[in-house]
Design a protein around this ligand. Structure first.
Ligand SMILES: [Cu+2]
Length: 261
């Protein structure tokens, strides 16, 4: 019996050591590297994402930093500035500045890209590491047909509100966590989180003209994030109807987002 356990243990260790790549140290994360650059002082900056493509949506974006000797830099100040150059004007978009995670050994932040790259203009993401900027050209894909993961609405208070879907990222039949980021346009370069809204919520399946029961309206949980629950009773096209209110004043009657699964 003891012998059998030893053999089992030995083969397990053997498997583990065989699966290790000798050239690359094991990565503590499963993100996809989409670009790389080096700052003026020689810090190498890797840009990573959850998917190969950035798209018109709330995109988690990660940065890994290494010094000239190849050692991880864990205590830098990193900021993101998305810029869209539309020939006659420039604008930015909502952004969540990155913070270092010791779990993934990456700086983790997010950018809402509000339009696709194309004839209308092109996007750059400026990443500043301790006041040293590097600029990445990023290509932003249009969201898939019949989906709308982010949209901007003019409020009854004359302000512009951008509503972006964070969760569900992988919708399923049944109850799903619902998480939104709501940002307000202060000017073309600044889109701070909007923290003071009350949201009424009802999902609809437009192709079949029905909704679903037991949804939970999203409430503010910090930094412009609103969390609730959405019940998808079947697969297909779903529209999330969101009514944005400030106290009893309706700011946006129907800020709707679309998803499809
Ligand atoms: Cu634009």
């Amino acid at each position: 019996m003891k012998h059998a356990i030893h053999i089992l243990l030995f083969s397990f260790l053997f498997l583990v050591s065989c699966s290790k790549d000798d050239n690359e140290p094991a990565s503590p994360h499963s993100k996809i590297k989409i670009a790389e650059a080096v700052t003026a002082s020689g810090i190498s900056v890797s840009l990573l994402a959850d998917q190969n493509d950035l798209s018109v949506a709330y995109n988690k974006i990660y940065v890994g930093l290494k010094n000239k000797a190849g050692a991880e830099i864990k205590n830098a100040t990193v900021t993101y500035t998305p810029i869209m150059d539309m020939h006659t004007m420039q604008h930015s978009s909502p952004v969540e500045q990155p913070a270092y995670s010791s779990t993934t050994e990456l700086y983790e932040g997010a950018v809402v890209f509000s339009m696709p790259s194309g004839d209308m203009g092109s996007w750059q993401l400026k990443v500043t590491v301790n006041n040293e900027p590097v600029t990445f050209d990023v290509s932003i894909k249009q969201a898939a047909a019949n989906t709308k993961y982010t949209a901007t609405f003019k409020g009854s208070d004359d302000q512009s509100y951008t509503v972006s879907l964070i969760q569900p990222a992988a919708p399923k039949i049944g109850m799903n966590d619902l998480e939104l980021l709501i940002s307000k346009r202060q000017d073309m370069m600044n889109f701070p989180p909007e923290e003071g809204l009350t949201v009424e919520f009802s999902p609809e399946m437009p192709s079949m003209g029905h909704g679903s029961p037991n949804n939970v309206a999203p409430i503010h949980t910090g930094r412009g994030h609103y969390t609730g629950k959405v019940n998808f009773t079947m697969t297909g096209d779903w529209r999330l109807h969101l009514k944005l209110m400030k106290g009893s004043t309706v700011i946006v009657e129907d800020a709707s987002l679309d998803l499809m699964f």
